[in-house]
Design a protein around this ligand. Sequence first.
Ligand code: IVH
Length: 748
Amino acid sequence: MTQKQDGDPKSLSAEEAKAEFLALQERLRAADIAYHQEDAPVISDAEYDADKRRYAALVAAFPELEKDATQLNSVGAPAASGFGKVSHAVPMLSLGNAFEDEDVADFARSIRKYLGLSVQDPLAFTAEPKIDGLSLSLRYEDGVLVQAATRGDGSVGENVTENARTIADIPEQIAGAPRILEVRGEVYMSHDAFAALNQRQQERGGKVFANPRNAAAGSLRQLDAEITRSRPLQFFAYSWGELSEPLADAQIEAINRLRSLGFSTNPLTRLCSSLEEMIDHYRSIEAQRATLGYDIDGVVYKVNDLSLQGRLGFRSTTPRWAIAHKFPAELAWTRLEAIDIQVGRTGALSPVARLAPVTVGGVVVSNATLHNEDYIAGRDSKGAEIRGGKDIRVGDWVQIYRAGDVIPKVADVDLSKRPESAEPYSFPHVCPECQSPAIREEGDAVRRCSGGLICPAQAIEKLKHFVSRGAFDIEGLGNKQVEQFYADEWIREPGDIFTLRERFGSGLQQLKNREGWGEKSAANLFDAIDEKRTVPFAKFIFALGIRHVGEVAGKDLALHYGEWSALTSALDAARAAALAHRAADEAEDAERIAAEAEGRRARISETRAAAIKACGVPNEAQAAWDDLVGTDGVGPILALSLSDALANPEERAAIDRLADHLNIVPPDAPAAESPVSGKTVVFTGTLEQMTRAEAKARAEALGAKVSGSVSKKTDILVAGPGAGSKATKAAELGIKVLDEAGWLELIG
Ligand code: IVH
């Protein structure tokens, strides 16, 4: 360092002070990173403290430096979770999977069917490697990189712009591009770079990564971009998001255009004009897999014609016009050392295989799932044999397989190596965590702990779910902290999270004295919790962790009921009908068994009707139930599970206590009203511009409900040539009838 290090700062000129300040700031920052994120200190504590004192003295003497003084109150390098959020203008989707060649043939067939193409009509696909990294969206405005975001949950990702700028494959500026261009692709790490990084990490005692994908993700998601710079990441462009004008007419041309703009694109991308060519290219890529120098886990096929891609559109999370053809799973044999039982959020007892560690496709595996008791016994859920009926025993040689991200599984057993002492596994009938009876209901593959919230395992798993990403996503409150706080009896149910500040905030003493907690991190946690007191209704429902009620159901229920009080009133009102529904299910089962024994046909609908009648369900209850199960995406199984959860007094009380701390925000009305939203539409006759499937998907995307038959509820009948009785009926009922052209005009 050339600047003066001691003496009275006031004797310095403003310029000298600034130079010394900047140099010190850089030194302190590097020291923080080395210490906190790399676990590899570069200066002694004494030097660090001296630097910090001098730095503070400079700021005190030259107050104009204060606004840039990032190191004044810093407590180490920030945790790598503080990225800003980015909403994706165009969602970042995932891909459907094909495993067999036949799945690819089905994919191509269904596209032809959807588009109304015959087998003779040409239909080309691109085929390219599926890179095993993490996806990244790069936004360019007027040719300048302005934002880089991870996929996140598909609609909101993390802002990693500064990190992305350090990747050599990602240009800062591009010429001749559309004014707005979002380039999407995969960040990955080569095998060589991965090996070198792990070597370095090991020498320094730093984190060793399990595989190149984790290394790439860990390296990109660093709060300090300088760390990212030191990690050799690469990027392949393969797709795009928002565009101010189209890139090209075809996928392959768009990829070529991205290449000419300066992006790396995968050299194994091919245009294929038949299924045979697609599969041939898949085999060729598979044969090159080991020598590519980076991980791939399959081949992605995409419809080449971009106007067809537009017509095909999307399902909820995947495009109809693309699919990933995965490589077969990787296999290995090892010894099963023990079977442990884990208890999940909904009480499910899940058997886990503890294995002698074995490398499967480059990853060391020591645990694998055994699914459920039938799987261990060599049966499927219907009682039919699997693995030729071979059961799995502790001590057995078992075959493990791993496919992509999926948890490893036990696929097979080698009976010739079974030790003589090996005993059939007996699945526990009591919960190993709380000793409550573990019950397996008829028709359910899973045995469940009946302890509810008194079972610590269930309570903890519920809490983990509550704070998880798709749910409340509270920064600083992850699985580890939940376990710690539960053990300390600080948090026993979700509502307790929101009284933490009240209970510990004043002194912070108890929390801050805990290992891993300081004053600052404790205060940050309380702030992060406060931030989540306002919560979208859909997230709130999902976060409750009720069996069968996932993220999509959360959204559907929130849209339908609008408010928490409306949902609870509806559930309370529907309770009698819910119980009648269960009674009808039970009566139906009994009738089936009786009918089989008596060799007659089961009288299902009469049985159900009689059972429901016997329950004497009030009309309002029936109406509330019908409305609930008629909600988009909600069926009787989900409805019953939701009803049970809310009718359980302890669970209800815990939810009420939670809701008291929250501001639950109703969902926005569905996106942009269209001329047909909320309308019921029926298609009949031959459509010429599109197939039925496409017409239905488009109408639904615009908020219409498509029905198969004309009734008083029908708003519009779209009648093509050859329309028959439906058109007559519509005319009788005075329903609006449009031809295909009229329909297309209406929906624009
Ligand atoms: S296309 C709308 N092409 O795979 C479709 N994805 O399983 C956008 N991926 O999230 C994806 N290589 O991270 C596409 N050549 C490739 C890919 C690829 C890897 C990843 C991507 C995506 C995931 C879906």
